[in-house]
Design a protein around this ligand. Sequence first.
Ligand code: LER
Ligand code: MN
Length: 274
Amino acid sequence: MERNIKKSVSLSLFRGKPESPILFRDDIEHTIPLVKDIGYDGVDLFVEDEQSDKTLRAVQLLQQHDLGIGVVMPAALAGMGLFLGDSNPAVREETVRRMKGIIRFAGDIGGMVSLGLVRGSYLVGKESAETMLARFAASVEQLLPTAEAAGVPLLIEPINRYEINTLCSSMEAARFIWETKLPLGLMLDTFHMNIEDESICASFISCKDLVKHVHFVDSNRLAPSMGHLDMKGIFAVLVALGYQGYLCLEALDRPDGLTCAKKGIEFFTSVGLR
Ligand code: LER
Ligand code: MN
């Protein structure tokens, strides 16, 4: 059963902030072959401009090296102040427009798309979370025809309270999907789950039908075994649930990307995942 679980790393096509969970961000000519050599099956791709020469070259290199693409990450849009749930209609409109391009790109390369930081936060003291989530849901409705035509699953990623103030825990995000009945999946990230959830294992069990992708990192956002979570126990639950998909090291590049990535492979080997 574990054979259907694949291992990936986060790879960014732009520099991003030093504190961003990006394992590889430099020199794709060097890092993409390296990711394959170390033993990974794919990447989550942080994209700034899906039509740039760099993006096209990255896709070419990934295909040459037989690396899959799990999720295309649109976090760069959030960095530019573009949010699907923004109170300004013009900002929502531009975010939807940019997201459609990213979804079509994901369709071309066989990836999914995350709805994480790009959903935005509600204006504390001025409105309720529900008001903002209704705006977010309306923007998602506008993305659905593009996602359906491209065959691209859209995944909500719960993100901890220090980065965003909506859908922080796994159960909040699952309830949002169940209540709105929007055709969305979940991407759960053990770093955020460790901060927000009552129990990481119980969340995976409760949300099992929604979980399509996992960011699989230890308590300190490094490779499994580098922090203090019971990553072997979490892995065993995912195997028992029949999870089929990527476990992505969306980790910090500390002490450096290569060392952390190798630690990840040591962990996966120790639990019998090759
Ligand atoms: C993105 O996957 C994520 O987990 C966020 O924390 C990015 O800042
Ligand atoms: Mn994540």
